[in-house]
Design a protein around this ligand. Sequence first.
Ligand SMILES: NC(=O)C1=CN([C@@H]2O[C@H](COP(=O)(O)OP(=O)(O)OC[C@H]3O[C@@H](n4cnc5c(N)ncnc54)[C@H](O)[C@@H]3O)[C@@H](O)[C@H]2O)C=CC1
Length: 507
Amino acid sequence: MDAPTTTSADNGTSGVGGGGWFTPRKQPATTPDGEREAAEGSRLAAMRPMGRTTADTHKDQPAEDTPKPAEDPPQAAPPAEPALAAAAAQPSAARPPAAEPTAPEASYADPRVPTQRSTEPTTQPQEPVAQVQAESASPDALLIRRTMAEVAPIADKVTSYFYALLFVRHPDLRSLFPAAMDTQRDRLLKALLTAAEHIDNTEVLVAYLQNLGRGHRKYGTRAEHYPAVGECLIGALSKYASGIWDAEMEAAWIRAYTTISQVMIDAAAADELRAPAWWYAEIVAHDLRTSDVAVVTVRPDQPYPFLAGQYTSLETPWWPRIWRHYSFASAPRSDGLLTFHVKAVPAGWVSNALVHRARPGDILRLGPPAGSMTVDHTTDSGLLCLGGGTGIAPIKALVEDVAEHGERRPVEVFYGARTGHDLYDIDTMLRLQQSHPWLSVRAVIDQQAHVQLPDAIREYGPWNEFDAYLSGPPGMIRSGVDALRNIGIPSERIRHDSVEELVVVGD
Ligand SMILES: NC(=O)C1=CN([C@@H]2O[C@H](COP(=O)(O)OP(=O)(O)OC[C@H]3O[C@@H](n4cnc5c(N)ncnc54)[C@H](O)[C@@H]3O)[C@@H](O)[C@H]2O)C=CC1
């Protein structure tokens, strides 16, 4: 992760005045190593405000025949995933022959944002939540939430209009998005709005946005693209929240977006100095474990630093500019190889290609590592790990990580699957258990146990000396967090890749 970068909206006071529309400041936030300045000089100098006003915005109507750009980048998050991928500049491996779209990837592995510790209160607050939030929220946050409440019932229209504006006004940006924009169309805007909504939650927001800013390098996103996105965001919001929209509200959004975009731009610029925007990775092994689960091993074209428990974004040659998240299934290896567990989901473009089409020799692209579901090696707390289905992948990586650190802390793994046949990696886990006396692996098969994974942990324990790690389908993570809290594990000791766009708190 980057060193913390302060947000740079002058404490929320700039944005409307001297800087113009969403113009990032010229002086980037400093980092401890001061490496950022060099990179940013050229990048930020190139930025120009688009010079439009809200009045212009109101006037603009997308052309009748403009295809509704009802989408955004696949696993997009805030403006982050404005999947501004530089398709034209992609080398041959990233310009594969067009494939016949079948159907959009379901919300498979992507509805994840950076891992967060769960920080929701474990006890009910004395006052109603809304009241507490309202009292502690900044004036800008209140205005932003008001806008959000106003447009929530017509979110689809806002989304369509936002992309229509973006592509009509800035047709050059269209090529940065996937050809099939019907996939998860609202992800970009939703993430952007979610970030704005959490504008007061600096710690979580900054880490999230830095991650997004770095991740957007692989799309070809540049600093000068951000004003265009911000302008169209305001254009869409002001149109659909016109009943309550005023100068004060617009100023709040401008400040929020200026902050959001600046954090992303700064993070991307700093990252540019130390890492490629993406890695090519050749498939070196493809092991079909069941009819729909494959273990895919790749060799990156250059060293790929990451931590056990993290995930990456992955693009196949068959679906250019469509990226999906996959967790690393091993801790970093001395041979540099990376492994992913992929389940082909119904109508999943990328997952089906990886399971049924990919073969050794095929070239994938990888984005940077992300996520903080990692082991804290400064403590000797036990690890309580819940892995559901292919969610066992990062759990296995965590086990290897503990083993490599030579620690003797208890690690208790609960591996859930629908049937015995679906426990495709149980042999590996049992082998690890044989090698490590501190490791215990329990399979929880829905059909046999008549309980799902999270319920099974109640029969064991006590868990008060354990940190908890959850990985699997969103429903499992949600009920798992509830179950863990109910048995007394404090929220700050529960880790998982978030299933929501930003926080709940917490992909
Ligand atoms: N870092 C992460 O969080 C990772 C998440 N995943 C996700 O894990 C999922 C794996 O899919 P499948 O293998 O098809 O798993 P699945 O749908 O077969 O579920 C596996 C097990 O999880 C438990 N489970 C599922 N839904 C539950 C619910 N609503 N409440 C309680 N427990 C529930 C059950 O024990 C079930 O047998 C995918 O959605 C994938 O995106 C995969 C890898 C890493």
